[in-house]
Design a protein around this ligand. Sequence first.
Ligand SMILES: C[S@@+](CC[C@H](N)C(=O)[O-])C[C@H]1O[C@@H](n2cnc3c(N)ncnc32)[C@H](O)[C@@H]1O
Length: 269
Amino acid sequence: MISLAWLPSVPTSRLAPPPRAHAHCHAPHPDPRPHGRYRNPTVRPAWYRRRQRSLTPAQRRAEAALWPSLGLSWAHARRIDVAAAFGRDARTVLELGCGTGEALAALAAARPAEVFVAVDWYRAGVAAALQRVDAAGLTNARLVRGDAATLLERALPVAPLFDEVLVFFPDPWRGSEERRILRQAVVRQLRARMRPGGLLRIGTDVEDYPSKARAVLTEDGGGWREIPCEEYEGPRGGHARPETYYAREAARKENTIHDLCFTIDSDDE
Ligand SMILES: C[S@@+](CC[C@H](N)C(=O)[O-])C[C@H]1O[C@@H](n2cnc3c(N)ncnc32)[C@H](O)[C@@H]1O
């Protein structure tokens, strides 16, 4: 990713409000081609590339102003050093598919002793998340842009880094499994970066997502063990899933939200 550090800084008061949130997540999959067409998820289809370019000028200014302090850039020869990015070694949380950063901002504000790294490949979403984090004055959250699997594989060192990984309301990507966040490549990479005893937490209101997630984690065979989420939330407190737009939408549609928690017993590859 190209560093934007050279761009002139813009006062945050002149930045645009977050973009119309979540529109992209509700849009029907714009490409009706059948399952199996996109073999390489790092080669984006045309509709995706168009969407990536579709920042308003104000969003571009926001991105340019906030990325140098709140974004994490990486290159093949220079992977992200999470502890160095925050200037401290703390309990570390990774959010995959953070959207506009609603859960990220809520959790980072509620848990200031911890540090949060949030990933999304949707550029306008990341721009909105940058604005949210900045507006809340949070110093314990950073954004990374790109596909979850690619980032895990290429942007982060292979080392136990994360105590908690969050996947809230992931896109089901029906018929396009190679783009789903919880896919084999992601889970395998994740396992190598979890600290022992780390927690993977998933929240979804898509009916068949839990069974698919369980199947992927079982297939991975790397010591993932499902635990009741209450076990994790209860004694430590404050670790519940924050209520966000998608949770409210699920309630409005009378959909059941499934919370799944997995821990990992071993950090072996
Ligand atoms: C339905 S939204 C949920 C956003 C957020 N987690 C929330 O609960 O508000 C799903 C998000 O996951 C992102 N996403 C989907 N697949 C991804 C992938 N492979 N890598 C990174 N982000 C992804 C989408 O861009 C989108 O912002």
